[in-house]
Design a protein around this ligand. Structure first.
Ligand code: CO
Length: 234
């Protein structure tokens, strides 16, 4: 498989000029600030230009890159993360296109009646046969923060109810933490743990385990200000 070979080569031969160039290009890629692209038209043109440049860069490294990707996917991992723009699934774990199946929602929730999540999970476990399902929360999560307050935000209140249930489950412990930041951090961690438990209880994961399928669940918390993840060893 050419795409996997390419990934390994890029990691292995880190001194090659092309790889260095690519890394520099990614870091220097302009951010989408309002100052830089003040009008809607300018911003829209920019993202289309970025796409063209990305295709060119990718083909320069491997002329068959997209043709090979189009043949199919066998990602070993399903990532369930927060929709927060600062928590990009692929980048955090150094995964290239084709290497991670992704589901994201506000506060990385696993809700048993969520057909979107269930469809993604079913496809990942039963069709793609992923070996790992990872729930990744993050410190400073706005959804979790909102669930700590009684403010009404709008339709999101209904989603946040599920996070509030996690608080209710651990309210004695959480209320005993006097420092607000510390309490917020622990709530983020407990929320991830509960989502991993809920994941384990889904019929999809249960039947996979009954069939003896090789499937492991994990709970992580990502640090926005460090870039590092913490494995909660759920
Ligand atoms: Co979040």
């Amino acid at each position: 498989d050419n795409s996997i070979t390419l990934t390994r080569l890029m990691n292995y031969d880190s001194q090659s000029r092309k790889v260095t160039m690519r890394i520099k290009m990614q870091i220097s890629r302009p951010v989408f600030t309002a100052e830089e692209y003040p009008t809607v038209k300018e911003f829209y043109k920019k993202i289309l230009d970025n796409n063209k440049r990305w295709v060119e860069e990718s083909l320069e490294l491997d002329p068959n890159y997209f043709e090979d990707l189009a043949k199919g996917q066998t990602p070993p991992l399903l990532w369930i993360g927060c929709s927060d723009s600062r928590v990009p699934a692929n980048e955090i774990i150094g995964a290239k296109p084709g290497e991670v199946f992704v589901h994201r929602n506000i506060a990385n929730m696993v809700i048993h009646s969520d057909m979107n999540m269930l469809s993604v999970l079913d496809y990942a476990v039963n069709v793609l046969k992923v070996k790992h399902v990872l729930v990744c929360g993050h410190y400073g999560c706005g959804g979790v923060k909102a669930a700590m307050s009684n403010d009404s935000i709008g339709i999101i209140d209904n989603w946040i109810r599920h996070i509030k249930d996690v608080y209710r489950l651990h309210n004695h412990y959480l209320d005993s933490i006097l420092d607000e930041t510390e309490r917020f951090n622990k709530f983020v961690e407990l929320n991830v743990k509960e989502q991993v438990f809920d994941l384990a209880k889904t019929s999809i994961v249960q039947s996979a385990w009954k069939k003896g399928q090789d499937l492991t669940l994990h709970g992580w918390v990502y640090g926005l200000n460090s870039g590092f993840v913490t494995d909660l060893d759920v």
